[in-house]
Design a protein around this ligand. Structure first.
Ligand code: ADP
Length: 334
């Protein structure tokens, strides 16, 4: 697995849960989202009402699950967790909804991957706190309405645009999470380091933050690797030099590129003169699947301004040549 993968597996999720902030006050970065959400929740609490449904959108690892947990904690309500892919039949959703208690928070991760019938059931549940359970088949089938408790749905999706309009419209509050700046990541690091019992210099924190691709999940993961390194190679204190050595060992460079990212950039520059080069040719030349190059490496390289997608293929930018320490030939594209 890549040290800079924005997704987590189950084992990592367990390690992460120790590092989750549990209040909005501890949640770093995303100042606008934090303030707006704080207001929405405080208003609901003052009214003694159940909070509006909340939609959280943004790339993996930016804190959607964490915010869902914070919402439940701030509303002093239990949290139920499920996900779009786990709800294939409307009946699955009916079972979850009818099992909720009054005021509970239901977190549906990857809500855009729910099946169509479940989605339609959810519209009604969100709006009228009711589900229609169909009994029987064919012309004799009847829908029996069942009231369900008032609940707060927190939906998470990587892109709000993936949701059908009618579903999107039923959320009272929508928050778009952005990649974090280095200041917020440094604060997250200092807090995580305290939690893990690691002594981290401010320069080391800045170094780890810079290599974390704007993603708290990656920040915390890199910190755990640096901690391991410090425990084995030093006395457990993390200096700048030690952080650099550890991150170099794990092949995460000073802009957060790993071996795959650099391999792709090097291929475009060194083998194809800076491009344009077609995606499948590029994938073959780095020995990866086309999907891996397109979905795993490319988005970050494009976001960092190292790579451009053009109708004729992938093109390296002047920043890519500079980053690799190479000189672009005269007349190179980009
Ligand atoms: P997502 O659900 O968007 O994939 P998570 O909520 O699971 O992301 O967050 C991944 C990790 O990053 C968790 O360990 C969490 O504690 C940490 N994290 C995310 N956002 C923040 C934040 N704003 N402040 C502190 N830690 C954060």
């Amino acid at each position: 697995s890549r040290p800079v993968d924005p997704q987590a597996d189950d084992a990592e999720r367990a390690a992460e849960s120790a590092l989750r902030p549990s209040t909005l006050g501890e949640f770093q970065g995303q100042p606008r989202v934090s303030e707006q959400l704080g207001l929405v929740l405080a208003a609901a609490r003052n009214r003694g009402a159940v909070a509006d449904h909340v939609l959280l959108s943004g790339p993996p690892g930016l804190g959607k699950t964490t915010l869902a947990m914070i919402i439940a904690a701030e509303m002093s309500a239990p949290l139920r967790i499920s996900s779009g892919p786990a709800i294939q039949h409307a009946g699955d959703l009916a079972a979850i909804l009818s099992g909720l208690g009054e005021g509970e928070v239901l977190f549906l991760d990857e809500i855009h991957r729910m099946s169509r019938p479940a989605e339609e059931m959810l519209y009604l549940a969100m709006e009228d706190f009711r589900v229609d359970v169909v009994v029987g088949k064919g012309p004799g089938a009847t829908a029996i309405p069942i009231d369900i408790p008032h609940f707060t749905l927190v939906g998470a999706t990587t892109r709000a645009g993936l949701l059908p309009g009618p579903l999107r419209d039923r959320f009272g509050f929508t928050a778009q999470l952005d990649f974090y700046d280095d200041t917020a990541l440094r604060r997250i690091l200092m807090r995580s380091a305290t939690q893990l019992g690691v002594r981290l210099s401010t320069e080391a924190a800045a170094e780890i933050a810079r290599r974390s691709r704007g993603t708290p999940r990656i920040t915390n993961r890199l910190l755990r690797r640096v901690r391991d390194y410090a425990q084995v190679k030093a006395d457990g204190t993390v200096s700048l030099a030690l952080a650099r050595d550890a991150l170099d060992l794990f092949e995460v460079d000073d802009r957060g590129l790993d071996r795959l990212d650099r391999g792709v950039l090097e291929a475009v520059c060194a083998r194809f003169g800076g491009g344009p080069v077609g995606l499948s040719t590029l994938a073959i030349s780095v020995g990866e699947e086309t999907d891996t190059v397109e979905e795993v490496a490319e988005p970050f390289l494009v976001r960092q301004g190292f790579l451009m997608r053009t109708p004729r293929g992938r093109v390296a930018t002047p920043a890519a040549w500079r980053h690799l320490g190479l000189t672009a030939p005269v007349g190179a594209p980009g």
